[in-house]
Write a protein that binds this ligand. Sequence first.
Ligand code: GSH
Length: 204
Amino acid sequence: MEPLHLYDFLPSGNGYKIRLLLTQLGIPFERVEVNITKGETRSLEFLTINPNGKIPVLEVEPGKYLSESNAIMLYLSEGTEFLPYDRFLRAQVLQWLFFEQNSHEPFIATPRYWISILGKAEEYKDALEQKYEAGYAALGLMEEHLKSHTFFVAERYTIADISLFAYTHVANEGGFDLSRFPHIKAWIERVKAESGYISITQEL
Ligand SMILES: N[C@@H](CCC(=O)N[C@@H](CS)C(=O)NCC(=O)O)C(=O)O
């Protein structure tokens, strides 16, 4: 089988979600590196595969492209152990995926981008404070949930965990202090212990 093409940017948590899942599913793929700091997602060529100008994009079949990290994970995990079949459990997975996009990623990923990828902490000082307030609220909610659960849904590792793990485990690179969230830290270790785990920086 021809490997799938993943349009990706190595430091990206959204791209990492797909890399990690593809690896854990044992699906061969080739990364196409798109440097978002150089505007490569806004080239005319790239916009034909994702008019929204963002990675990750997976070419699921020749000429057939899918964007939005959580949508890509849903597509890939259909019929696998990473997505429950039960209607309510599936809806709970979606609940966390929507939470990640709405209340988590915009506040936890962006400080990391400003500080660690662009190196512009000073320039974004005021904006960072607003991100921290909402970001800590999201982490607080996760901590509460993990006080009585091993994973986010059905007490097992699913794409809900992958989605939330991607930016949470590197939140310190955006200036977040994870030491006040012992249950999140324990969950991070559980995710890292899952079979086929790869790190966000691993070149593939
Ligand atoms: N909601 C999207 C967000 C994707 C996204 O923000 N991608 C960033 C990198 S993590 C990007 O490509 N930015 C480049 C740009 O906006 O030009 C997802 O989950 O895939």
